[in-house]
Design a binder for this molecule. Structure first.
Ligand SMILES: [Zn+2]
Ligand SMILES: [Zn+2]
Length: 261
C-alpha cells in the first residue's frame, strides 16, 4: 500500500483547466487524459467508472460493520452484550440522531481522500461515492429523509479549493434517494483553522458559532441527511446538526464516506 500522502499546498495561481471541476467536458475527458490504470498501486487496470481504484486495492478497504455505536457509529472491537456504552458519546452531547460511515478512514481510504481533497484528484470520486452509496442508500431509504445537506466550506476555502467535497459527494446520494440536495441551506459564517492538531474538546469549542442556517429557511420537522467526507470527532457535523435542529429540522442523520477510529 502506498504511504500516507501529505496534503499539497494550494497553488496561488489557478490552472484554468481546473477552474470549474463540474464541467461535463472534464469528466468526459478523464478517460482520454488518464490511462486506465489504478491510481493507487499504479499496476493493475482500472476504469474511470471505478474511480481508478483497482479490484485488488479495493480489497484493502475496511467497511464499517457492526457492532458499532448506534449514536456516533464508532466501531467496537469484540462481541457485544447488551447496551454498548460508547466513550465517544459519554461526554459529548450530539445533536444528530445518528452518525454512520461507509468505510474506515485508514491506509488506502485515507490516502485517496487526502489526494481527492487537497490535490484535486477528482478521478477518485466514483470510488468514494460508490463506497458511500452502497452502504447509505439502503439504510436511508428506510428512514424516508426529505433533504440532503452537505457540510459547507467557508467561501474563502471553497474558492481556494475550487470545490466543496461534501457537496460533490452529497449530490449523487440525493439523486439515488430521489430527494433534493440543498447546498445553500447551511453556511459557514466564520473561518476555522485546520482542526487536525486539536483535542476533541478544543475541536468542539472551535466549532461553536461557525455554522448558520440560511435566514428564513423553514425546515418544519423535515428529516435531513447531513453529508461530509470524514467523521473524526463529530465536532463539525454536530455543530451543523445543532443549528439545523434549532431552525426546526426533524431528525438529522449524518453520513460520511469514512470514519476515523
Ligand atoms: Zn490498485
Ligand atoms: Zn458513540
Amino acid at each position: 500500500m502506498a504511504g500516507e500522502c501529505a496534503p499539497a499546498p494550494i497553488p496561488a495561481v489557478v490552472n484554468p483547466a481546473w477552474a470549474n471541476p463540474l464541467r461535463d467536458w472534464f469528466k468526459a475527458g478523464l478517460a482520454l487524459v488518464y490511462p486506465e490504470v489504478c491510481q493507487v498501486c499504479g499496476a493493475a487496470r482500472s476504469t474511470a467508472a471505478e474511480g481508478f481504484v483497482c479490484g485488488a486495492c479495493q480489497q484493502q478497504v475496511r467497511p464499517v460493520v457492526p457492532p458499532f455505536c448506534r449514536r456516533c457509529g464508532l466501531p467496537f472491537a469484540g462481541a457485544l452484550t447488551g447496551e454498548f456504552d460508547c466513550t465517544n458519546c459519554r461526554d459529548l452531547e450530539f445533536h444528530f440522531n445518528s452518525a454512520r460511515a461507509a468505510v474506515i478512514s485508514q491506509g488506502l481510504v485515507r490516502e485517496v481522500i487526502l489526494r481527492y481533497k487537497y490535490q484535486r484528484s477528482l478521478w477518485f470520486e466514483p470510488f468514494l461515492t460508490g463506497c458511500l452509496l452502497r452502504t447509505a442508500v439502503p439504510e436511508l431509504a428506510a428512514l424516508r429523509p426529505s433533504l440532503v445537506v452537505p457540510v459547507p466550506l467557508h467561501p474563502v476555502k471553497e474558492r481556494e479549493r475550487e470545490f466543496n467535497q461534501a457537496a460533490r459527494l452529497a449530490a449523487p446520494l440525493a439523486a439515488a434517494l430521489g430527494i433534493p440536495l440543498n447546498a445553500t441551506l447551511l453556511r459557514r459564517v466564520s473561518f476555522t483553522m485546520t482542526q487536525t492538531r486539536l483535542t476533541r474538546a478544543e475541536r468542539a469549542q472551535n466549532m461553536a458559532g461557525v455554522f448558520a442556517v440560511q435566514p428564513g429557511a423553514r425546515l418544519q420537522g423535515q428529516g435531513i441527511v447531513l453529508v461530509d467526507d470524514v467523521f473524526t470527532t463529530g465536532a463539525t457535523t454536530n455543530a451543523c446538526a445543532r443549528v439545523l435542529r434549532a431552525a426546526g429540522a426533524g431528525p438529522v442523520w449524518v453520513w460520511t464516506v469514512a470514519r476515523g477510529i
